[in-house]
Each structure stands twice: as C-alpha cells, then as structure tokens.
Design a protein around this ligand. Structure first.
Ligand SMILES: C[S@@+](CC[C@H](N)C(=O)[O-])C[C@H]1O[C@@H](n2cnc3c(N)ncnc32)[C@H](O)[C@@H]1O
Length: 282
C-alpha cells in the first residue's frame, strides 16, 4: 500500500502508536490497540524507519523507548479510565493522531468520538485502520488546531450544550504557551456543565528536559526538536484559573496504579522532570 508518512509533529503520532503496538504484543499487555498493530502490520519496516533510530547505540532498542519506558501505556490507561469513568455522549480527542480508542473501547450506543488532527494524519490513520470495525461512532475533524477548530467541530455535529469529555493527550508539549492558553480558552467555551478534561502535562520547560535526555541520538533529537514550551503553569493553576475543578496526579502515581515503572525522565526524585496526568471537571 502506498502511504504518505506524515512529517513534522504528525510523525510523532506514528512513534507513539508503534509503542502501543509493542505494548499490545506483551503477554501482560495493559490493552490491545488494533490500529497500532495494523500500523506495524501494514507498513512494517517503514514504521520502524519512521521511528527514532532503532539501533543508534547498539542496544537494539530505539532511544525513545529507552527514555520513555512504560510511560505510553501508563498514559493510555489514564485516558481510557477517564472515558469509561466519565461517560458522556460526546468525546473529543484533540490531536488524535493514530488514536485507536474508536476501535477498542466499548461505549454505550449513541456515543460519538470526534477526532481532531491535521488532514494528512487522519487520512493516514484511516488508510492504516482499513477494514477494522469501529466499536463506537467516530467522526474525523480534519483541521490544524491553530485554525478555527471549534467551528469545524460544530460543523461535524458537536453540541456545546451537552457535556463533553475532552482528551488532550500528547499535544501540549508541542504548543507554545500562548497557543496552549488559546486552546484551553476555546475548549472551555465549548464545555457545558458536566464536562471533563484529561491532560498530559510536562515540566514548565519540556523542550529543555527532552533535549537533555536526547543526547546525540538522531531519532530522539528529531523528537526533542519538535517540543515547545507548553502551558505556563501547573495543571491545577492552569485549569483552575478557567473554572475547572482539578484532580492532579503525577505520572509516578499513575504508573503505580497499573503496576508499571515510571521512566527516570519523569521521576523528579531521580533527576527527572515534573510530569502530570490530570483530570478536571466543570
Ligand atoms: C504525539 S502525537 C499524539 C497523538 C495521540 N494523541 C496519541 O496519543 O496517540 C501528537 C499529535 O499532535 C498533532 N498535532 C500537533 N500540533 C497540531 C496542530 N497544530 N493541529 C492539529 N494537530 C496537531 C499531530 O499531528 C500528532 O498527531
């Protein structure tokens, strides 16, 4: 199959999906992601070539996997729990990438997932997902989040008078602080009472932290070079200042919940950065 591999920050969607494929194949897998497995099955070597240098230091493991450890599966479980524990008829996945939830989470009839990302990434995901059968209705909202994505979401059928569950996973570290603020302001304006949000949230200087761990590995550096400032404040203050009631938890706490290790880069006690997975309601 001739597929155009997304470039720039879109490429990171393949990297994290490949890590979910690796998790899916573990005997003690925390979940199985059919889209991630289809990614690796469909483009095989190309998927590996799209990931960070698989053997830069001769260990046979790509640099990001070494650096991120079990973080990706821990993060996936955190957002899965938000969807299942806070059931709403509308779920909006911002920067959806190759998100496989519409193919693996069973939701009540009538639930709609809105998946927002740039057109080339969503087209790539659709091509990879091919003949897989969705478990829930899902609608693509193909737009750059720097553009008027609320209008695109409304045009896709989103109803701002009904409660929504928002997933902001793997996005904030790629945004300048002002863009993160604008995203949250717009999202808050579309959130009826009873809405919830989940965010993955790194240190106040994630670009420096990621650059520090990338070393001279070309793949990890390619990733680190895409990282920007992210929001200016801790999740509690950032979300709290917009009227959200925040339940902050660290990546370390979330890793413990599913019996996995926190990677060093996200463990402040071992020299890593502060990193959170936070939920909030309004
Ligand atoms: C690391 S991936 C995360 C994808 C998905 N949330 C996941 O966890 O698997 C980052 C995603 O952010 C998307 N993204 C970054 N900036 C964006 C923007 N300005 N507009 C739309 N999507 C954006 C990229 O296209 C990519 O799919």
């Amino acid at each position: 199959m001739a597929l155009t591999i997304p470039q720039g920050v879109g490429w990171t969607a393949l990297v994290v999906s490949a890590q979910r494929a690796a998790e899916s194949r573990r005997p003690d897998a925390l979940f199985r992601d059919p889209v991630a497995e289809a990614l690796v099955d469909t483009i095989g070597e190309a998927a590996v070539a799209a990931a960070p240098d698989p053997d830069h230091d001769g260990t046979g493991e790509d640099a990001l996997t070494r650096v991120m450890g079990d973080f990706l599966p821990v993060r996936t479980c955190f957002f899965d729990r938000l969807v299942t524990e806070h059931p709403t008829a509308q779920v909006v996945i911002l920067a959806a990438g190759l998100d496989g939830r519409a193919y693996r989470l069973e939701r009540p009839a009538g639930t709609v997932f809105y998946e927002v990302d740039v057109p080339e990434v969503l087209a790539f995901r659709d091509a990879v997902a091919g003949d897989l059968t969705p478990t829930v209705e899902h609608r693509s909202v193909a737009i750059d989040l720097r553009e008027d994505w609320p209008a695109a979401l409304l045009a896709a059928g989103f109803d701002p008078t009904r409660p929504t569950t928002w997933l902001v996973e793997g996005l904030l570290i790629y945004l300048p602080a002002d863009a993160a603020d604008l995203l949250l302001d717009r999202l808050t304006g579309l959130s009826a009472p009873g809405s919830a949000i989940g965010v993955e949230y790194a240190d106040r200087d994630p670009a420096a932290a990621m650059s520090g761990v990338a070393g001279d590995d070309p793949g990890a550096r390619r990733f680190a070079d895409l990282v920007d400032a992210g929001p200016r404040d801790t999740p509690a203050r950032w979300l709290g200042s917009r009227g959200w009631t925040v339940e902050e938890s660290t990546v370390r706490e979330q890793a413990a919940l599913v019996g996995r290790e926190v990677p060093v880069v996200m463990d402040p006690d071992r020299g890593g950065m502060d990193a959170w997975l936070a939920r909030a309601r309004r």
